[in-house]
Design a binder for this molecule. Structure first.
Ligand SMILES: [Zn+2]
Length: 282
């Protein structure tokens, strides 16, 4: 039987990304033209064409301004999950602030869709060794799974050598949640990230496909992520450092055609469905 993989979208706009945090102050977000509704609609139509359901991690700031979009994601049969409220890196927040904004984003989404929101993904995968305390707060807030840990070494995120497949994390009070780490593969003797986003735009398609196939050959599901702005080559350009420009703008025009191939080469569904099939959620 084919392994089903988790398809995920982090619903935020081009000006929210951590790569631009030094160039764009949070108070200026309202000055930028919103592209997220248009781009998320393109993804929703593409997913319909391919008859796949996905998990959409929606930023609270976006949800407040695009209530219809969140309703539509839910109505079209996809899973709505939380991407926090303000896209600040978790390890730069106090536990108290993190808790407040996590509860705030969860209740904004639940009020809109009138259903429970049980999944969480941190801004820029910022649950690291410095911010493991966030997992206890997520458990306390009632989340059943998290997908914020990248098992690699990177300047902004990652817990190197942490597990590469879904696993359970216990909190001191005896409760637990499932962590679905961002997918990696062994290529050329190294553990490399193959989970999507900037890596998907950077690598030639055959390399992403080889890495993701390797995960499925182990009979394990992979998790794939994308942002709505990654299929929008016409977005307004932000002036920032060379590295940030490269990470954000590299191969934006190649992303959608590659995504179309990916959707036909692999089988996808929501995170909740994958974890259910793996016997990790009931
Ligand atoms: Zn994000």
């Amino acid at each position: 039987m084919t392994v089903r993989n988790a398809l995920t979208v982090d619903v935020e706009d081009y000006f929210h990304v951590s790569a631009f945090a030094n160039s764009i102050d949070q108070r200026e977000w309202g000055d930028y033209p919103l592209r997220v509704e248009r781009n998320t609609h393109l993804l929703l139509d593409l997913f319909d064409e391919n008859q796949v359901k996905a998990t959409f991690f929606v930023l609270g700031w976006v949800a407040e301004r695009t209530v219809n979009l969140v309703e539509e994601i839910h109505a079209r049969g996809h899973e709505v999950a939380s991407h926090g409220y303000s896209h600040q890196l978790v390890y730069n927040q106090s536990p108290e602030t993190f808790k407040q904004e996590t509860l705030r984003s969860k209740s904004i989404l639940e009020d809109i869709i009138q259903a429970d929101v049980n999944g969480y993904r941190a801004a820029s995968y910022s649950i690291t060794d410095k911010s493991r305390w966030a997992l206890d707060i997520l458990i306390e807030a009632g989340f059943e799974y998290d997908s914020s840990i990248f098992p690699i070494r990177h300047d902004r995120y990652g817990i190197a050598n942490s597990p590469e497949h879904p696993y359970r994390i216990d909190s001191p009070d005896g409760r637990s949640l499932v962590e679905f780490p961002l997918s990696t593969a062994r290529l050329f003797g190294y553990r490399i990230p193959v989970a999507g986003g900037g890596y998907f735009r950077l690598y030639p398609y055959w390399l992403s496909k080889a890495g993701l196939s390797q995960v499925n050959h182990r009979r394990e599901p992979f998790i794939f992520y994308l942002h709505p702005w990654e299929i929008d080559p016409d977005q307004p350009k932000v002036s920032t450092s060379w590295l940030s420009r490269f990470r954000h703008y590299n191969n934006l025009d190649k992303c959608e055609p590659r995504l179309r191939k990916l959707l036909t080469d692999f089988s996808f569904c929501t995170i909740r469905e994958v974890l259910f099939e793996q016997g990790m959620l009931t």
